[in-house]
Design a protein around this ligand. Sequence first.
Ligand SMILES: Nc1nc2c(ncn2[C@@H]2O[C@@H]3COP(=O)(O)O[C@H]4[C@@H](O)[C@H](n5cnc6c(=O)[nH]c(N)nc65)O[C@@H]4COP(=O)(O)O[C@H]3[C@H]2O)c(=O)[nH]1
Ligand SMILES: Nc1nc2c(ncn2[C@@H]2O[C@@H]3COP(=O)(O)O[C@H]4[C@@H](O)[C@H](n5cnc6c(=O)[nH]c(N)nc65)O[C@@H]4COP(=O)(O)O[C@H]3[C@H]2O)c(=O)[nH]1
Ligand SMILES: Nc1nc2c(ncn2[C@@H]2O[C@@H]3COP(=O)(O)O[C@H]4[C@@H](O)[C@H](n5cnc6c(=O)[nH]c(N)nc65)O[C@@H]4COP(=O)(O)O[C@H]3[C@H]2O)c(=O)[nH]1
Ligand SMILES: Nc1nc2c(ncn2[C@@H]2O[C@@H]3COP(=O)(O)O[C@H]4[C@@H](O)[C@H](n5cnc6c(=O)[nH]c(N)nc65)O[C@@H]4COP(=O)(O)O[C@H]3[C@H]2O)c(=O)[nH]1
Lengths: 75, 75
Amino acid sequence: AQIIIDLAQLDRIPPDKGGPLARYAAAIQTQRGDYNGRVLSIRADDLRTLAVIYDQPPGALAEELISWGVLNPEA
Amino acid sequence: AQIIIDLAQLDRIPPDKGGPLARYAAAIQTQRGDYNGRVLSIRADDLRTLAVIYDQPPGALAEELISWGVLNPEA
Ligand SMILES: Nc1nc2c(ncn2[C@@H]2O[C@@H]3COP(=O)(O)O[C@H]4[C@@H](O)[C@H](n5cnc6c(=O)[nH]c(N)nc65)O[C@@H]4COP(=O)(O)O[C@H]3[C@H]2O)c(=O)[nH]1
Ligand SMILES: Nc1nc2c(ncn2[C@@H]2O[C@@H]3COP(=O)(O)O[C@H]4[C@@H](O)[C@H](n5cnc6c(=O)[nH]c(N)nc65)O[C@@H]4COP(=O)(O)O[C@H]3[C@H]2O)c(=O)[nH]1
Ligand SMILES: Nc1nc2c(ncn2[C@@H]2O[C@@H]3COP(=O)(O)O[C@H]4[C@@H](O)[C@H](n5cnc6c(=O)[nH]c(N)nc65)O[C@@H]4COP(=O)(O)O[C@H]3[C@H]2O)c(=O)[nH]1
Ligand SMILES: Nc1nc2c(ncn2[C@@H]2O[C@@H]3COP(=O)(O)O[C@H]4[C@@H](O)[C@H](n5cnc6c(=O)[nH]c(N)nc65)O[C@@H]4COP(=O)(O)O[C@H]3[C@H]2O)c(=O)[nH]1
């Protein structure tokens, strides 16, 4: 189950909700030099890290990101 | 310092020496579905794993791979 972030959709989420994920994705893009994607695949570990950042259980965060259209439903 | 494996050069290393690295690289290529490269970049952690497989200190293994032309000298 791969974690694929839809960057175009993330751009449309209000910053008070999508901000932490947007900053995290931007940091990874910079570390890689990956500016080609409309998507960004990240590691399974990253979902746990993001769950700490969002102060939610990983499963609940995944549900929320799916409801925003930012994360693929199979994640 | 990125770990970039030259797959074309690796093909030319005798299997008794290059075999373990070739199998490891093939496993990563399969997990990714990455068949486009003549190079394969792997994680810093992977050098430590390979060092266990080759039963050498990571620095010594890196030196050997560089001497085969398989690993970039900056690694
Ligand atoms: N397709 C694929 N390639 C992989 C994978 N893991 C490693 N690589 C390749 O190996 C290079 C070095 O990985 P690193 O030492 O972990 O060093 C990485 C890592 O520390 C960090 N990074 C990049 N992407 C992610 C990510 O999605 N999550 C996290 N937590 N860190 C990342 O940035 C560094 C540089 O990244 P890159 O320039 O992309 O350079 C990466 C990439 O070319 C993988 O699962 N799939
Ligand atoms: N730029 C970018 N594109 C993404 C990302 N996630 C998904 N994609 C797109 O979706 C396909 C699958 O990506 P993947 O699972 O990372 O699987 C990739 C990846 O594992 C590997 N790969 C391709 N190019 C590179 C590269 O420049 N560096 C590294 N480290 N791996 C690569 O080969 C597989 C197949 O690649 P493609 O046929 O090109 O097809 C890729 C690419 O078109 C992302 O985070 N960034
Ligand atoms: N030890 C090791 N394992 C590897 C390597 N490449 C791939 N894998 C394993 O294969 C899984 C799928 O890789 P992917 O299709 O490239 O799909 C990857 C890739 O699209 C992206 N990704 C993760 N780390 C990096 C990175 O450092 N650089 C780049 N460019 N993409 C990354 O996130 C996706 C999911 O990553 P994971 O959940 O970690 O899941 C990864 C990881 O378990 C490698 O060089 N070394
Ligand atoms: N997860 C994922 N990440 C992607 C994908 N395509 C590109 N990237 C990310 O975007 C960076 C630049 O890719 P590039 O311009 O295609 O240019 C790449 C590519 O042409 C080549 N390259 C280096 N290592 C690999 C590798 O392991 N596999 C492949 N297929 N190409 C590689 O060298 C350049 C630098 O590679 P990286 O350091 O890996 O850095 C890559 C990688 O972090 C993708 O499909 N999935």
